[in-house]
Design a binder for this molecule. Sequence first.
Ligand SMILES: [Zn+2]
Length: 302
Amino acid sequence: MALEKTNAIVLRVIDYSETSCIVTLMTRDHGKITAMAKGARRPKSPFEAALDVLSVCRIVFLKKRSGAMDLLTEARLERRFRAGASSLERLYAGYYVAELLNLLTDDADPHPELFDIAIETIDQIDSVKTKTNNTSSIDETILDFELMALFCLGHLPLLTQCVGCGKEKTTLSRVSFGMNSGGILCQQCRPGKRNVISLTSTGFAFLLDRTRQKKYLSHPFENDPSADSVQEPMTTDCNNRPESSSFAARDLTTASDPISVEDPVPEVRSLLRNYISHLIGYQPRLQKFLNNSGRRTAASKI
Ligand SMILES: [Zn+2]
């Protein structure tokens, strides 16, 4: 047994007995751990008020061997998540971050970068200025967190080339996104695939831009002002089929589609929600509480 000190985010607290709790924590140095907090429910608890969901604390725990539950010996509160008390929407957003950390990571598998991003995200949700319509900023904060979590854990979908054959995509035209395949599909690879979602050109451009901003991938469309109107190699085959020009024509049509001038955030969030549910194998519980209130989705117009 070894005594370990690290920073942690409280993900889950379950009452175990009249005086003790079982706590799931995302730690910076040891990944996700589940520990017994003896005496945590007593009025004069050694953990004070540090063990609330989304609290950030400095902890000391006794690391047990071979599958036995760790023992939390100290937890000093560094930062409390306060926004939940004033806004249900922010409460759900914060709890969703905790749920994703819990579902997407394995025990004792540290991801310090993801830990730091989670702290930053919780801080952003907590500090969004109170105003009548702050939905968009929370939506985008969550969207960025989802992308970063997927990136840190090696699940970011392939967006710059076909996941089936590797053909590079060089335009921002509408694409087919394969949930099972884990990325975009060209027209040759699309047939026969299940769980495929069609993403508008605006949604695709937004998703790429968001990933580029976070420096997840190099952007093949950068510095190419004609990219939107050129013929798309990914949608043509190697035999120069005569109908290949129609792909370019269709792309231009798509670009002027009224759907493409919609706010892309709901569409991209919907895509990522589906993708994450697909990865986990079921829908995270908090997802249905996150709404896109006040925002029209592209899907609703189809
Ligand atoms: Zn392909």
